[in-house]
Design a protein. Structure first.
Length: 407
């Protein structure tokens, strides 16, 4: 260590003496860049539900025998799979039962706890809380999300929830672009359970990229994620299929808009035509559309929906329209929509609208504080914290490595 530490009373090295050190640094950098991507554990975990069976599929770094241990409070099941990199095992499951899955190989095992979804949607109108955190688009950037949540003291060094009764909202676009989408989603899936156990909550609001993946628009999927699906012998969209995939069924129960106290949160924005429906009816409509055969077979050119053209175009606009809650950008791109924003907030009984989708240099307040865009260029690295004081809502910006800033 001393040989690499600058010291003022040490003779200067000859230039050539630094070459071996430089080569080592370059070799390490090149090795990191070209190292095979991690596919083990939750990086490559795919869990499907078929009837009363749970099918667990995982990857190992090398073609070796695999192991799956399924544990409940009552019993334990152990399954061994043949030597391969892609492994598959199934077990019979019961609803309202939690399962601890240990999977991998004899050399390395991983644990994921799951519950079979009961199909019930959670409330979209939630009472006010003392501490409300919002993180904008995260796009599979697991490391940045972890750094941001640590800076906000919502997780510890073991990535476990330490936020107590705080509420944390992921404002959409967890999927696409980045290389760790599966790992990030399984992480949020676990945090949701841990936060609930501590009296807090983790919420996920759907963004346009969740909808894109579910509807087989895979233009922005990272090559590593595509390769995980390939190794499982499946198209990437099947990893999030809303009928068979555990993660897909979990996401399908998420809202597009929620209100916590008087704070409205959507991925893109909420247009005046959206609030013609009460918030609960809007969520009911989302659930209806996502449960239809059309949604499930959106990319199937052979499927003919049994609805008229007006109903079909209504669904197209709902999921793909430029003023839908998934795609709306106008509030952030212009400062001329104060009247519309006021109408939206007043109709859905809110004081503030928080959005993602449209990137801003840093989290900031627009329209006199009634709009807060939370999507910044570094995915997931900057968090919004809203607290309550005598003078109303207080806004804080949290960035890893910096003290919280009031704005």
């Amino acid at each position: 260590m001393a040989a690499d530490t600058p010291c003022s009373d040490r003779p200067q090295r000859r230039p050539h003496a630094a070459v071996p050190v430089l080569l080592l640094v370059l070799a390490g950098t090149i090795a990191a860049v070209f190292a095979p991507p991690r596919i083990e554990g939750e990086n490559g975990l795919w869990i499907r539900i078929a009837g009363d069976s749970v099918i667990v599929q995982w990857l190992t770094a090398d073609p070796v025998p695999g192991t799956l241990v399924v544990a409940t409070r009552a019993d334990t099941l152990r399954v061994t799979t043949p030597a391969a990199q892609a492994h598959r095992a199934a077990f019979r499951a019961r609803r309202n039962t939690g399962y601890a899955l240990r999977y991998g190989s004899a050399a390395a095992s991983h644990e994921t706890r799951i519950e079979i979804p009961d199909g019930r949607r959670r409330p979209v109108m939630i009472p006010a809380v003392d501490s409300l955190f919002v993180v904008g688009d995260t796009h599979g950037d697991f490391a940045a999300v972890v750094a941001g949540l640590r800076a906000a003291r919502l997780i510890d060094d073991d990535l476990r929830w330490t936020g107590g009764r705080s509420h944390l909202v992921f404002a959409g676009d967890l999927t696409d672009r980045g290389p760790d989408v599966l790992r990030l989603l399984w992480f949020v899936y676990r945090l949701e359970r841990e936060a609930a156990g501590a009296g807090g909550a983790v919420h996920v609001v759907l963004g346009n990229h969740e909808i894109m993946v579910m509807l087989s628009d895979l233009r922005y999927v990272h090559p590593k994620e595509l390769d995980v699906a390939r190794q499982h012998g499946a198209g990437y969209q099947r990893l999030f299929d809303t009928r068979e995939s555990l993660l897909g069924r979990w996401l399908a129960l998420k809202p597009a808009v929620i209100r916590i106290g008087d704070v409205l949160i959507a991925h893109g924005g909420v247009a005046h035509e959206t609030v013609r429906l009460p918030l609960q009816e809007f969520d009911d409509t989302l659930a209806q559309y996502m449960g239809e055969e059309l949604f499930h077979r959106w990319a199937d050119s052979t499927f003919v929906p049994v609805i008229d053209s007006v109903a079909y175009n209504t669904r197209v606009d709902f999921f793909w329209g430029p003023r839908s809650v998934f795609w709306h950008r106008d509030y952030v791109l212009t400062d001329t929509l104060a009247t519309e924003l006021d109408h939206v907030l007043n109709t859905w009984n809110a004081q503030v609208l928080v959005v993602g989708h449209t990137a801003v240099p840093q989290i900031q307040a627009l329209y006199g504080g009634r709009l807060i865009p939370a999507h910044t260029p570094r995915y997931g690295a900057e968090l919004l914290l809203l607290t309550r004081g005598p003078d109303g809502i207080r806004r804080h910006r949290i960035v890893a490595g910096q003290p919280p800033e009031i704005f």
